[in-house]
Design a protein around this ligand. Structure first.
Ligand code: MRU
Length: 349
């Protein structure tokens, strides 16, 4: 598969360059970001999106921004660094990878009090690079574990986009399909279009097509039909935050897929790196769910509005799938099975 370099530094390290995912698949455009406000906006507007990708982005963003911060004293630098970090962290609340990556960058600053400015800058760059490199490795291993469940001819239904653009390479939920295609294993994918922002239609079907996977795009409300037809043997989805008991926040609509899967007896798996597991969060009802603008439902994507102007909309970006509906949680360390309070805790021992 040709790797898409969707988050990178400019050669002089002064800018963060990203593929603007909000324009895909119609337009493949890279944009350059230099200010904290531009970076906040890029996350908020889903120019960069997907839990692990937001974490990777945050690491490099803090490196770029740190280069223009006050060099007076370490205390002054650290104060500004933590302030900017908190600002970026407030852009989207649900995916834990954002705060996880920012905390890693903050730790470098806290521990670097005795370092010269250049040395601290190099450490920050190394940490951002480590977040990216680790994610590449984690996605590869998750894809291997996921693929080990599949046999040729299987159909896999996925929701939203947990592919290379949402991570580093391969992705999580669709990583096994991409890896399978690389190895000549014939699998079939069903991609929910994923209203209201169409990550499934715009990104998942684009990535799977490019990887040579047999993909069929369906509207969200068609999932039960393809399951009933016997075309789906597994559901694979990504995650934005997995609580200690296995409750999982992912794109709105995921829990509906899990409920349907249970009805039809189809195994439902969550795939994600350990960076998305939040053991400090005991259960799904403690996960903050991002609410987004109703215009995304009322008028976005339509050539003319398809709802009365001003009609009230409810637009949560994520929902929580109850752990009882999840057959397994596939991480880079293997497949966790219920009871998740035990199997997830073991991952961090
Ligand atoms: O709003 P988005 O597009 O950032 O939501 C993305 C998802 O819900 C993904 O499934 C999740 O982040 C996992 S990405 C590996």
């Amino acid at each position: 598969m040709q790797h898409i370099d969707h988050i990178r530094l400019s050669p002089d390290g002064e800018k963060l360059v990203i593929l603007d995912q909000s324009l895909l698949p119609g337009s493949v455009r890279y944009i350059e970001l230099t200010t904290a406000e531009e970076m906040y906006e890029a996350i908020k507007s889903l120019r960069v999106r997907g839990a692990p990708a937001i974490g990777i982005f945050a690491g490099f963003a803090m490196y770029v921004l740190s280069r223009s911060m006050s060099r007076g004293s370490h205390g002054e630098f650290a104060r500004e660094f933590f302030e900017v970090s908190a600002y970026l962290n407030s852009s989207r609340p649900t995916a834990v990878n954002l705060s996880w990556a920012l905390r890693r960058m903050e730790r470098v600053v806290s521990e670097g009090a005795g370092l010269a400015a250049d040395a601290l800058e190099n450490r920050l760059l190394a940490e951002a690079q480590a977040i990216l490199d680790e994610d590449i490795g984690m996605c590869a291993r998750i894809s291997e574990h996921g693929l080990s469940l599949l046999k040729p001819g299987d159909g896999v239904l996925t929701h939203c986009n947990a592919g290379p653009m949402a991570t580093s390479r391969y992705g999580t939920a669709i990583g096994p399909l991409i890896l399978g295609a690389e190895r000549g294993i014939k699998l079939r994918a069903f991609a929910d279009e994923t209203r209201p922002l169409l990550q499934g239609a715009r990104l998942t079907s684009y990535e799977l097509q490019n990887a040579g996977v047999d993909v069929t795009l369906i509207c969200d409300n068609m999932a039960s039909v393809v399951m009933k037809n016997g075309w789906v043997q597994f559901c694979f989805v990504g995650c934005d935050r997995v609580a200690a008991n296995g409750d999982t926040a992912n794109k709105i609509g995921t829990s509906g897929v899990a409920i349907l899967a249970k009805h039809y007896g189809i195994p439902f798996y969550v795939l994600g790196p350990t960076s998305t597991i939040d053991l400090n969060c005991p259960s799904g009802d403690r996960i903050e769910i991002e609410q987004r603008d109703g215009e995304e439902i009322r008028s976005m994507w339509y050539t003319r509005p398809m709802a009365p102007a001003g009609v009230r909309c409810y637009n949560p970006a994520f929902d929580v799938t109850d752990h009882t509906l999840i057959s397994g949680i596939i991480t880079e360390k293997g497949i966790c099975r219920p009871p998740y309070t035990e199997s997830l805790a073991k991952l961090f021992k």
